[in-house]
Design a protein around this ligand. Sequence first.
Ligand SMILES: [Zn+2]
Ligand SMILES: [Zn+2]
Ligand SMILES: [Zn+2]
Ligand SMILES: [Zn+2]
Ligand SMILES: [Zn+2]
Ligand SMILES: [Zn+2]
Ligand SMILES: [Zn+2]
Ligand SMILES: [Zn+2]
Length: 263
Amino acid sequence: NTICPIQCPIPNCKERCQSDDHFHAFSDLQVNHFCGNEHQCRELCEDNGICQVVTKPKEQEEIYEGLVKETSITFTKYIQLSERLKCNKKIPPNEFKHTGKHTHKENGFHYCDAKCQFCEYYCTLPYGHTLHTHDTGHGIMTQTEFTGEDNVFEYAGYKLRVGDQGTFVLCNLFCKGLGRHRHIDYCQNVINCKDENQGRDIQHINEKVLPNPDKPKDFISHKLFWKRTGFKDPYSVQDQQEFEKCDYECPDDENLSYSNNEF
Ligand SMILES: [Zn+2]
Ligand SMILES: [Zn+2]
Ligand SMILES: [Zn+2]
Ligand SMILES: [Zn+2]
Ligand SMILES: [Zn+2]
Ligand SMILES: [Zn+2]
Ligand SMILES: [Zn+2]
Ligand SMILES: [Zn+2]
């Protein structure tokens, strides 16, 4: 009877109690049966922001079956992996906790926690960045649906229907090749819109547009569309100029768009 047989109370510690008195639980006032060693904290980092973002996305071949029967699209799915890391602090001997917050690295780098609303990629700038707009590499638009003035339309050679998922298109490639175009978004202020004092970036749509046809919508410029996301416009300056051409320069107008799922 020379040792206490009870296991250390720290989760995952396989050591026995450090006491060499089998019956110390009866004699001591407060007994925790600690092994007496330092322990690694196993909680998750509590710091603001995202601990780790793998900037090179995971790639995976997939097939998208469209709403229009003959539409079947093979595409590469890019997935941005992110992770909350484990605390790197040690719990001192004979204690249940270390002092201070759990952190994967004291004052270590954390990524901004803003997500692109279309692809759900995290911003790759540091947490709390002073730069006004967020920035990221962008992935496929998992959170989006197509919408347009016509129920069936063509996009990139594929026949699509309003409500088709954006899963096969990358955020930063969607508008490429569309030439001059506008996007469709919910109207944010019907009264102002009807007064037509919204400037050239917004034009109210008087017809009903799917989805949620009873919610008023606007055509908005590509520029405003990206401004509303809070993210930097991922297209080149040359592309952006092409998208914003005036009517007299380019009479054709594509009104195809995509929207958030919550649309
Ligand atoms: Zn003990
Ligand atoms: Zn232990
Ligand atoms: Zn962390
Ligand atoms: Zn910790
Ligand atoms: Zn950011
Ligand atoms: Zn995106
Ligand atoms: Zn409007
Ligand atoms: Zn656009």
